[in-house]
Structures are given as structure tokens and as C-alpha cells.
Ligand binder design. Structure first.
Ligand code: GLP
Length: 240
């Protein structure tokens, strides 16, 4: 894993933006694995700016997202489909038919199977973007998730529900389950970019680097991948 530390989230996101823009310009029909949460918001803003400046076009780009809350449809303002549309897709020239987020509505198991079949048919993502949870989760793969997992239904931990409640009016509104790409599927990408910002991620970043590979700390699975860039700000690197 290659560590890049920056003073600010802006500078860190700039590097991530450069990696994405280069990959798209080298292969305009590339497949990008995207993520949600507050971490990639600045990066998505920079990608929108790059599109508006004529630096890049998403016309032929295809995307797959990591996860979705079970029970939230695309119109729910906390669904990850809604997040992707409002933070990125609505502002660039991507064809929304080429963008994929797991379905939150409908039979969860069926949705997971359907998403796996889709991932299989799309092939290997060129880049997979990741954030990290305070407990080391990647996508919604909570501690204890098998490294062999494909798309599945995850019971969210109390910690994750609490962390994500900041986006909801009431903690009881936070869904208790999510459909999430599995760790095995995440590791299939050619290149992985993990972003982590702020003091609340410092322990997880330290554990990811310093613990041996263990299912108790999902992000340690990334040590099994040959091309991982970890891009953090000073606060997230403060325990290293
Ligand atoms: C969420 C998402 C993850 C994200 C993580 C951190 O629960 N499922 O994909 O990386 O938690 O979120 P944030 O970026 O808001 O800190």
C-alpha cells in the first residue's frame, strides 16, 4: 500500500482527481468503482470542475457503486443512488444508464444476486474508490465479514448506525441493513484508491497499516492487493 499524506482534504482530493482524470483520458470507456459518504465529496466536486473545464468527458464511462441501504429507494435523499446523482452524475456528461448502484428496494437477497451478476458481466473495474469506516469497514463490510464475500446483505453495527445518523433526522431513521459489494469483489479492481480524512479515521488508518491481515479489521484485506493508494490528510495520519 502506497501512503500519500497531505495537509488538507483539498490537496488530497486533488491527487485522487488526477488519478481518475488520467485513467478516463487513457481509456474513455473505463469502468470506475465509486463510493459514497462524506469522504469523496470534495473529489466529486473536483471531477465536476474538470468536466466543466473540458479536462475530461464521462460520455463513455461506466460506473459501479459499492453499496446501498436496504429499504431506501432512489428518490430518498439519503439513498446512495440519490447521493451519486446529486453529488456527481447530475453535473457531468455521463449516461445514467451506464451508472450502477445496488437496488435498495425489493427483495434484498435477490438484489444482491442481481448485482453480483451485473459485476460479473461488467468485468474488472479500472479503479475502485473507497472510504473507510471508523471501525475499519470498507463499503459496508463490517468487522468479521469474510474476505471471500461477494455482494451480500449486511447487518450494520451500532457504531456504523450511529456514525451515519448524522445524515438522518433521527437515529431510528437509519436503515439497519445494507446491500454491499463484498471484499472479494472489491479486490478485483485493477487499482484501489482509499481516502480517509479527519481525526475520527486516525485509528482505523493506523490499524489498517499496522495490524496483520484479519477479518476483524476489513481494510487490512487491502494488503492482499498489489496496487493500493491510500490518500489521507494529516489528521487521519496522526497516529502513524
Ligand atoms: C459508510 C459507507 C462507506 C464509507 C464509510 C465512511 O457507512 N458505506 O462506503 O466509506 O461509511 O463514511 P464517511 O466518508 O462519511 O466518513
Amino acid at each position: 500500500m502506497e501512503l500519500h499524506v497531505f495537509d488538507t482534504i483539498q490537496e488530497a482530493s486533488q491527487l485522487a482527481k488526477d488519478v481518475f482524470v488520467k485513467a478516463i483520458n487513457e481509456n474513455p470507456g473505463c469502468l470506475l468503482g465509486l463510493a459514497t459518504g462524506s469522504t469523496p465529496e470534495v473529489l466529486y466536486g473536483l471531477l465536476i470542475e474538470a468536466y466543466k473545464n473540458g479536462e475530461v468527458s464521462f460520455k463513455d464511462v461506466r460506473t459501479v457503486n459499492l453499496d446501498e441501504y436496504v429499504g431506501l429507494g432512489p428518490e430518498h435523499n439519503q439513498s446512495y443512488r440519490y447521493f451519486m446523482n446529486s453529488n456527481l452524475f447530475d453535473h457531468i456528461d455521463i449516461d445514467k444508464n451506464n451508472t450502477n448502484v445496488p437496488d435498495g428496494i425489493g427483495g434484498p437477497e435477490q438484489n444482491a444476486k442481481k448485482y453480483d451478476a451485473l459485476l460479473e458481466s461488467l468485468g474488472q473495474p479500472d479503479i475502485q474508490l473507497l472510504g473507510i469506516g471508523g471501525n475499519g469497514h470498507i463499503a459496508f463490510n463490517e468487522p468479521g465479514s469474510s474476505f471471500d464475500s461477494t455482494t451480500s446483505i449486511i447487518d450494520l453495527t451500532e457504531e456504523t448506525i450511529k456514525a451515519n445518523s448524522r445524515f438522518f433526522e433521527n437515529i431510528d431513521d437509519v436503515p439497519k441493513k445494507a446491500v454491499s459489494m463484498g471484499i472479494k469483489s472489491i479486490l478485483k479492481a485493477k487499482k484501489i484508491l482509499l481516502l480517509a480524512f479527519g481525526e475520527s479515521k486516525a485509528q482505523a488508518v493506523k490499524d489498517m497499516f499496522e495490524l496483520p491481515v484479519t477479518e476483524n479489521m476489513p481494510a487490512t484485506a487491502l494488503k492482499n492487493h498489489p496496487d493500493v493508494m491510500v490518500i489521507v490528510d494529516k489528521a487521519a495520519a496522526s497516529l502513524l
